[in-house]
Design a protein around this ligand. Structure first.
Ligand code: ADP
Ligand code: MG
Length: 261
């Protein structure tokens, strides 16, 4: 008697199915180790979300998934435990994180890193910067506002059509300026890859590495952030001098007390 699958599906579909299954397996192996699954079930029990729907993005350092909560959507970022990101972190960031977390092992660092992203998103939200609102975190899993619609996640600026690069510049100045002056933070990894285009505006994401404006590296990092974007704006047809951009976001007076003169 022929096997059921042979009868039901033609050969090509079965192969496609197997390929999907292999990808699915790989994803499960890479992200959902035992302790991550426990963290997810804990967040589900807390009512943070009901289910993970599908991956929005999977990378070396982790994955971002769309999740459902009733009729709403949320975004769930899973950092990979035992992850290599910390080997590549600049020494200043690693030092700060170690001090903050008082941990030596990578697992502990990943957890501290997840908490840090949650904290930074909270500070940015409070300051009025457009970023995903943080909803919760547990171990290496962060739950935040989903940026997108029922049709899917918002595209990265890198992949979006830029209709008005002049308006984009104004918007960047406003968001980065609010970040430095009100939240008193420098993003440190800002680029068209870590900025989403949503609803005709921008949303800043991927903020775990942000540093205080008082940090000795803050100015250098801010300079790098605006230089990245100046290049992008130039290609999009709106050339801007990095020095002017830097001054417009408060880079000349970084770390000054905002209440003083
Ligand atoms: N809150 C969110 N809503 C919708 N999509 C998101 C959200 N956060 C991240 N993404 C998507 O996931 C990708 C990876 O997220 P990111 O925070 O940049 O992590 P990393 O670069 O460390 O992998 C982003 O480029 C974006 O496409
Ligand atoms: Mg990113």
């Amino acid at each position: 008697m022929p096997r059921v699958e042979t009868t039901v599906f033609p050969r090509r579909e079965r192969e496609e199915d197997r390929r999907k299954e292999r990808e699915h397996r790989k994803l499960l192996d890479e992200f959902f180790d035992h302790s991550t699954l426990l963290a997810i079930s804990r967040l589900v029990n807390q009512g943070q979300f009901d289910a993970l729907d599908f991956p929005i993005s999977t990378g070396k350092e982790g994955g971002v998934f769309r999740a459902s909560r009733g009729e709403e959507f949320r975004a769930v970022k899973v950092y990979r435990i035992g992850n290599t990101v910390f080997r590549r972190l600049p020494p200043y960031a690693l030092e700060e994180l170690r001090r903050e977390a008082s941990v030596r092992n990578f697992g502990g660092l990943v957890i501290a890193w997840t908490r840090r992203e949650h904290t930074v998103l909270g500070r940015l939200t409070d300051a009025g910067v457009r970023c995903p609102r943080p909803y919760g975190h547990y171990r290496n899993v962060l739950v935040m506002e989903f940026v997108g619609t029922a049709e899917g996640a918002a595209p990265r600026l890198q992949d979006a059509a830029i209709d008005d690069p002049g308006a984009l510049y104004e918007e960047l100045v406003r968001e980065i300026g609010t970040m430095t002056r009100t939240a008193r933070l420098v993003h440190g990894d800002l680029s068209p890859y870590n900025t989403l285009a949503f609803d005709g505006k921008i949303v800043l994401i991927d903020v775990a590495q942000a540093v205080s404006v008082d940090h000795p590296e803050a100015r250098r990092l801010l300079e790098r952030d605006v230089t990245n974007f100046a290049r992008f704006l130039g290609r999009a047809g709106h050339p801007v001098e990095p020095a002017e951009f830097l001054a417009a976001v408060g880079g000349d007076r970084l770390g000054d007390d905002p209440r003083a003169g």
